[in-house]
Each structure stands twice: as structure tokens, then as C-alpha cells.
Design a protein around this ligand. Structure first.
Ligand code: NAP
Length: 541
């Protein structure tokens, strides 16, 4: 191995180690920042070293890509509010998958042009097919997920008739096209005269060869690029038909094997349609799981891209993203007590409750209270649990939560936080919000830890949460979008105070009987304002 290649591999190995250490660091809030920096450093190393590769011929395009891609993603990430992070992740996943599909396609086209057709091994073409299939599905699937979360598309599942059969057919079509792409086409063998081989060596296609193609319905163009590829082996590129043939002479017989990018690009087109059809039947409330799954897909596509280019750092980074995405998907499904098949195929959320149903649940039973009344309740409590949700993020009320926690603790009240795994709009959303205001990590309790303690809790303060505390989830009726999802059992506490602006439903679009429960009081208003009012009232009691 030349020194240069060994050095490249060594740096790639260092980058891979940094990715793994980074991922490990991300597993705990205390080490997450360092983990993120380590992974970013790994990526910087990988990029810089890749740019020293002598095969890179034009830095202008690379720099232009850096500037356009870097600037637009930085602007997107800075400008997007925290609540829109899932959409941002969907965009990045989709672009990653799409980029992998295009890059392997470009590598295949380049190889076909004859420059390095010898690189088209089974590993090369099979990895290219897998990366492009998964990358294309991730691209359009993520675009649909983005549309649903951003509200530019209907959030409810779109259940087309015969959708399962259509999807299976498209998948089979992708597999058949991939097989065609991997094995090439027009393989045939014929007894060639010695002059045919001699003419090929001079770069000329013998009339005899043209005749053989003609008898199989293929007209070779007058201008062919023929170049030797070893002893008694040639590559014949037909620029008009965009097919490259491998020709090999053995025992007086000339074997011909054609390769074209056509099956590859048709497969990509079918996979793009498949990505749309796989995601439209999934409801908006299940989008976190879908985004995590598509994240795993974009990782697989990147790993496949790495196999195509024989690039170890891409293989490692892609595999890490793929594995992490699948593990997160499994954890989220577990948190909702659903199987992945149920999320992907059941069309949960197609039917949501109507205004009349909400009316039935709430009529005459909802009690509201003022900040002063709630402050009095809190003042007399020994243990208070705060259950935050999406509304806290919308109102940016985390600093007010910090003030309220301090005010309660100053009065000797024990305060803990109930963190539901899918509260907010992205995994870990509530952890991030509360970490921003230095709420000690020990106070954040997972659903499993906090649920058994609600019976010993005097007051639960539900701040901008809805679906994750909705007792309807205990109902097994599959038409309820959150049926079977484990929830925070806040209704078991002595008193519940819900802070939100109205009786509007949450993400899943259904009414919440908790708001009408005997032990519940509603404190209507923006979460930040209501919490600030509570702090003021608490200090005055
Ligand atoms: P939710 O069910 O979406 O409910 C949020 C509630 O916040 C709404 O009912 C809204 O009621 C209230 N709200 C909005 N702005 C507010 C403000 N300024 N002040 C006070 N309240 C405000 O939220 P959740 O209980 O956190 O549940 C999360 C849901 O999102 C789940 O269905 C989950 O599957 C889904 N999801 C989760 C993720 C994830 O990864 N965590 C990602 C995407 C989707 P008002 O309008 O009446 O105020």
C-alpha cells in the first residue's frame, strides 16, 4: 500500500473512532456537548483528508457546493424555531438520501463511460442499487414527512385503495430493475473469426460483430469507443445507445456483455414514487417514528455509497447513522406500544374525533381557575410534578418554569418533571428545553420512573401537553390515533392543573377527557404568561 493511501486510511480510522466516541457522548446530557464536538471534529477530518485525494479534479465545484450547501443549511438551522426541528431533520435526511442516490448514479455513469468500467464489480453495482433504492425512498419519503409536519400537506393518513398491492408491486419492480442493473444485459456468445479480434485490437468493430448485434435487434452506432481491457478483452462504448459492452475472446468465441445506466435510473424513478406512497398513509402523529426510520435509511444509503467508492469512513458513518436510526425507531415504537408494521401500514389516525364528540366530553364539566387559585393549591402542596409538552416549547416558557421551580423549592415543595418520550415535536425535546435553563438532570424522570409516583403527588402541573397525558390512549379502539400509546398517568394525582390556551386538541387531533376530569382545573392562557403569573402569585401567598 503506498504511503499516501495508508495515511488516508489512518485518518479515516481516526475519524471513525471520533464518530463512535461522539455517539457515545450523546447518550447522556452531561457529555452530549463534548460528544457533538467530537463527532463534528471527526467529520472535519474526514472532509479535509478526502479533499486531498488526487482524483479530485475540480475544486471550484466543490467550493461552490460547500458555500451554497453550507450557507443554506446554516440559515435553515438558525432560523427554524425549536418546534420545527423535526421538519428540519426530515429535510436533512431527505437531502442525504437523495445525495447518495445521485452520487452513486454519477459514479456508475462515470464508470460506464469507459474510464474505469473494470471497477463495475458485483459489489459496486449491487451497493449502488441498494444505496440508490434506499436513498430515493428516503428523499421523497422525507419530503412527504416535511409536508405533513409543516402543514403544507394533509396530516391525516391518505389511504389509497389497493395501496399494499401497489407498494409490493413497486418494490418487486425495484428489485427486478436492480437485478438487471447488477447483471447487465445482452449477454451473448458467438464464434468469431481471428480477424474480428485483430480488428478490435486496432479499435475497429468488425462488420461481423455489427452483424451479430444486428441479428439481435441492436444497431451499433458508427462511432464506437473501443479500448483494450486486458489480454483478449475490450470495452466497447456506444455513445448513441449509452451502453458499454465488455467483450472477451476465449477459445475462438467472443463473449459480449452489455451495461447501461437505464435500468438504474428507471429503478430510481420507481423508488421515488415508492417513497411517497409509503409515507402518505401514515398520520401526522406518527411522523416522529417515520422521520427516525428515514434517518436510518439515509444512513444505509450513505453506507452503500461508501461500498461503491470503497470509502471506509462513509461506510462507518453511514452504518452508525443507520443503526442509531433503527434503534431510535424501535424505542419510539416501544414508547407508543405499537409495532413498526402498525405505524407503517395501519393508517392510524385516518378518523379523528369530531367537534360533536369533543362537545360530549367537555360539556359542562370543564372547571377553570385563576393563577391566584392555583398558587394557593401549590403553596399547600408537598410534592408537585410538572409535565411539560409541546405548548411549553411554543411559548418559550422554559425560563418561567425555572422561576416557578425555584419559587416552589424555596417553600419546601419537592418538584420533579415527568418526561414523556414523544412529548413535544422531536425525541428529547423536553430534555433540551429544560437543560437550557439548568434544571438538574436528576429531576427529569422518565415515564416509567414517574408513573408509579403520581398517586403520591399533590399537584401535577401539565404545561402545554395534551396527547401525552390523554387517557383516551388507554382505549383499544384502533380508530383513535394514539390508541395503546403509554401516557403519563397524571390523572392519578390528587389534583391536576392544565395550562393551555383553549380546549383545542393536540397533535393527534382528538379531545382529551383529562380536561373534564373531577380532579382537573384548567388555567387558560399562554404557558409562559401563566407560569409567570403563578410565580408572582406564589410569592404573594
Ligand atoms: P400536543 O398533544 O401536540 O399538545 C400541545 C398542546 O399545547 C396543544 O393542545 C395546545 O393547546 C397547547 N399549546 C400550544 N401553544 C401553546 C402556548 N403558547 N401556551 C400554552 N399551550 C399551548 O403535545 P404533546 O402532549 O407534547 O404531545 C406530542 C404530540 O406530538 C404527540 O402526539 C406526538 O406523537 C407528536 N409528535 C411528537 C414528536 C416527538 O418526537 N416528540 C414529533 C412529532 C410529533 P392550545 O392550542 O389550546 O393552547
Amino acid at each position: 500500500m503506498p504511503h499516501e493511501a495508508a495515511f488516508l486510511k489512518l485518518i479515516y480510522l481516526a475519524a471513525a473512532v471520533l464518530f463512535i466516541l461522539g455517539l457515545k457522548g450523546l447518550a447522556h446530557p452531561r457529555t452530549a456537548l463534548r460528544g457533538n464536538l467530537l463527532a463534528a471534529l471527526g467529520m472535519l477530518l474526514a472532509i479535509v483528508v478526502t479533499l486531498t485525494d488526487h482524483r479530485i479534479v475540480d475544486f471550484r465545484i466543490i467550493i461552490a457546493g460547500f458555500v451554497v450547501g453550507g450557507l443554506s443549511s446554516a440559515i435553515l438551522a438558525y432560523r427554524a424555531p425549536m418546534t420545527a426541528m423535526p421538519q428540519v431533520v426530515a429535510v436533512f435526511n431527505g437531502l442525504g438520501g437523495g445525495a447518495s442516490a445521485l452520487a452513486v448514479g454519477a459514479a456508475f455513469e462515470e464508470a460506464l463511460r469507459g474510464e474505469w468500467i473494470e471497477a463495475i464489480t458485483i459489489q459496486f453495482s449491487a451497493s449502488a442499487a441498494a444505496a440508490a433504492l434506499v436513498g430515493a425512498v428516503a428523499f421523497t419519503g422525507s419530503a412527504v414527512a416535511f409536508g405533513k409536519l409543516q402543514g403544507v400537506m394533509q396530516e391525516k393518513p391518505v389511504l389509497l385503495p389497493g395501496r399494499h398491492a401497489v407498494n409490493v408491486t413497486l418494490l418487486v419492480a425495484c428489485v427486478v430493475l436492480s437485478a438487471w442493473h447488477v447483471w447487465g444485459y445482452t449477454p451473448f456468445l458467438f464464434a468469431a473469426s481471428p480477424s474480428a479480434a485483430e480488428e478490435l485490437s486496432r479499435g475497429v468493430a468488425a462488420a461481423e460483430l455489427r452483424q451479430e448485434f444486428h441479428s439481435r435487434g441492436i444497431e451499433l452506432s458508427p462511432e464506437l469507443h473501443i479500448k483494450p481491457a486486458g489480454e483478449n478483452e475490450w470495452h466497447i462504448t456506444d455513445p448513441t445507445n449509452k451502453v458499454t459492452y465488455e467483450a472477451r475472446l476465449q477459445d475462438g468465441r467472443l463473449g459480449i456483455h452489455g451495461r447501461s445506466a437505464l435500468p438504474f435510473w428507471i429503478m430510481v424513478a420507481v423508488a421515488l414514487v415508492l417513497g411517497v406512497l409509503l409515507v402518505i398513509p401514515i398520520g401526522g402523529a406518527d411522523m416522529p417514528v417515520v422521520i427516525s426510520l428515514l434517518n436510518a435509511y439515509s444512513g444505509i444509503a450513505a453506507a452503500g455509497h461508501g461500498w461503491v467508492l470503497n470509502n471506509s469512513v462513509l461506510i462507518v458513518a453511514g452504518s452508525l447513522v443507520g443503526a442509531a436510526g433503527f434503534i431510535l425507531t424501535a424505542l419510539m415504537c416501544k414508547a407508543m406500544n405499537r409495532s413498526l408494521a402498525n405505524v407503517a401500514f395501519a393508517g392510524v389516525g385516518a378518523e379523528v374525533s369530531t367537534a360533536t364528540e369533543s362537545e360530549d366530553i367537555y360539556a359542562g364539566k370543564v372547571k377553570s381557575a385563576s393563577a391566584e387559585e392555583v398558587a394557593l393549591m401549590l403553596d399547600g402542596a408537598r410534592r408537585v410534578v410538572i409535565a411539560p409538552g409541546y405548548g411549553l416549547a411554543v411559548s418559550r416558557g422554559q425560563y418561567a418554569v425555572q422561576d416557578l421551580t425555584k419559587a416552589l423549592e424555596a417553600k419546601g415543595v419537592e418538584v420533579e418533571f415527568a418526561i414523556h418520550p414523544v412529548a413535544g415535536r422531536m425525541p428529547g425535546h423536553m430534555n433540551v428545553l429544560l437543560a437550557e435553563v439548568n434544571i438538574p438532570y436528576e429531576k427529569l424522570k422518565t415515564m416509567e420512573e414517574i408513573n408509579p409516583t403520581f398517586r403520591q403527588t399533590d399537584v401535577v402541573l401539565v404545561v402545554g401537553a395534551n396527547d401525552v397525558v390523554n387517557p383516551m390512549a388507554r382505549n383499544a379502539d384502533p380508530s383513535i390515533p394514539i390508541a395503546g400509546m403509554p401516557i403519563l398517568d397524571v390523572d392519578q394525582a390528587r389534583s391536576v392543573v392544565v395550562i393551555k390556551r383553549s380546549l383545542s386538541p393536540g397533535f393527534a387531533g382528538i379531545a382529551n377527557p383529562l380536561f373534564a376530569a373531577d380532579n382537573t382545573l384548567m388555567l387558560f392562557g399562554d404557558a409562559k404568561k401563566a407560569l409567570t403569573d403563578l410565580v408572582v402569585a406564589l410569592k404573594e401567598t
